[in-house]
Structures are given as C-alpha cells and as structure tokens.
Design a protein around this ligand. Structure first.
Ligand SMILES: [Cu+2]
Length: 118
C-alpha cells in the first residue's frame, strides 16, 4: 500500500512538471511570421499560447539598419500583445519579443516580415 502511494505521488509530480513546461510561445502574429505584406501595417499583433505579465513583456521592431520602428510600449491584454508601428517603407523588418507568462517563465524569439514595394 505504501508503495502505491509513493508511485501515485511520483506520477503527480511528473504531471506537474509537464504542465509547468507549457510556456508562452508565439502562436501567431499579424503580419504573419515570414510573410510579405503589400502595404505597410500600422500595428503589430502577437498572440501567445499563454497569458502574459504585462510589466515584464516587451517587443521591438527594427528595420534592416537596426532602427526602431515600433511606437514604444506595447499594450498587453491576456495572451495578446500589440504595438503601433511608424510609417514603414518597403523592406524587411525584424520583430524581437521577450515575454513573461503567468506561470513565471520567460521566453523570447524573433522573426521577420517584409513590406513589399510597388
Ligand atoms: Cu512555463
């Protein structure tokens, strides 16, 4: 009987570990990751797999020269992060995000999107 209890508690510990590994990863973005958009977007939106802690979650968008083209502080609501964009000329832009999810884990990543020319 005691053995059973120990096995059961090990199983629960194992499950807890698996659940805690579900960090906030990027689910999808607008503009889409790696996409080419015909017209310059006025806003970048990121959707994550978990809710975010707004105070510790940031995003930066930069042009091919490394200049910031985002409007600064993102607005965060639940699992969604939005930031306004300056007027973008045709070119490639890099998005770098760094977030703290409500399970207290930090994750980060980056991707590019392209604004097409005429
Ligand atoms: Cu996590």
């Amino acid at each position: 009987m005691r053995t059973l209890v120990i096995i059961a508690s090990l199983l629960f510990t194992g499950l807890g570990t698996i659940a805690a590994q579900a960090h906030a990863f990027l689910d999808h973005a607008s503009p889409l990751v790696g996409s080419t958009v015909p017209t310059a977007p006025h806003e970048l939106t990121l959707w994550f797999t978990q809710n975010l802690e707004a105070a510790f979650s940031t995003v930066e968008v930069s042009d091919s020269n490394g200049g910031r083209v985002d409007q600064g502080k993102p607005s965060i609501r639940g699992n969604t992060m939005r930031v306004g964009l300056k007027a973008l000329s045709p070119g490639t832009y890099r998005v770098r995000w760094h977030v703290l999810s409500v399970d207290t884990h930090t994750t980060q990543g980056s991707f590019t999107f392209h604004v097409g020319g005429s």
